[in-house]
Design a protein around this ligand. Sequence first.
Ligand SMILES: Nc1ncnc2c1ncn2[C@@H]1O[C@H](COP(=O)(O)OP(=O)(O)O)[C@@H](O)[C@H]1O
Ligand SMILES: Cc1ncc(COP(=O)(O)O)c(N)n1
Length: 268
Amino acid sequence: MKHCLTIAGSDSSGGAGIQGDLKTFSAHATFGMSVITAVTAQNTQGVFDVEDMNPSIIANQIEAIFDDIVVHAIKIGMVSKIETIEVIAKTLKKYSLPPLVLDPVMISKSGYNLLKPEAKKALIEKLFPMATLITPNLPETEEILGYKIKNLEVMKQAAKDLHSLGPDYILVKGGHLAYTATDILYDGKNFYSFKQERIKTTHTHGTGCSLSSAITANLAKGFPMTKAVKAAKEYITTAILHGFPIGKGVGPTHHFYELYKKAGIQYE
Ligand SMILES: Nc1ncnc2c1ncn2[C@@H]1O[C@H](COP(=O)(O)OP(=O)(O)O)[C@@H](O)[C@H]1O
Ligand SMILES: Cc1ncc(COP(=O)(O)O)c(N)n1
């Protein structure tokens, strides 16, 4: 059994953040652990309130895990503000780290700033150089680099520009492209394209969280990066295809579709 850690925000509606990450770790038969950076009051329609955890409880959660349990891979999601970023970087640096996937969460699908705008610089300077992989979506990539991205060619240029900021691998996610859901992976030398037709659905709450957690679980199992991303892309595509129409807005994906199918579990 491999052990995966998510350092992220809690999503009360269960599709994204800590809850989505732990479901994804479990769906990959890994043992999930969590460090909560913030508690959000959100549902499928929006984010209504956020309470950030104190830096000391964030540090204590990280230390409690690393001082006791082997961590095989880490995922970082919502980090909210400068103090949160600083304490995560400082505390993680005390340990010898396994692969670290950073999803630079900035704005929720419902349009809420999950990262305070003034914290962008700290995210780039403190956490990007520690990351094995970063997984920005198109609006996040545009926000970090300051130019518009409308096609795969510009996504490749963006991956190169992001690579110069320190991560070993870049995955620019194309979920916000109009015509395809193709993601581009860059390792500093080569590009790898993960093609997928856009699925016509509104239930994409937490897709980015779940993709990065699936990659994390695959890295924990020892998969090389291209295989980890390929398998995670297949996982998220199935999860989106079977997304749940719960709530009145953007519903969650189905984290356990394949497992339920194999077990013959009826859930409808
Ligand atoms: N409608 C869709 N059909 C198929 N794949 C999608 C769709 N929307 C998103 N994806 C995929 O889900 C993953 C998460 O992407 P994205 O939605 O860009 O992230 P985020 O949740 O961070 O905005 C990517 O692999 C993306 O290509
Ligand atoms: C706690 C938390 N973390 C991340 C997201 C991003 O997910 P999405 O982009 O699907 O809104 C979210 N909504 N909430």
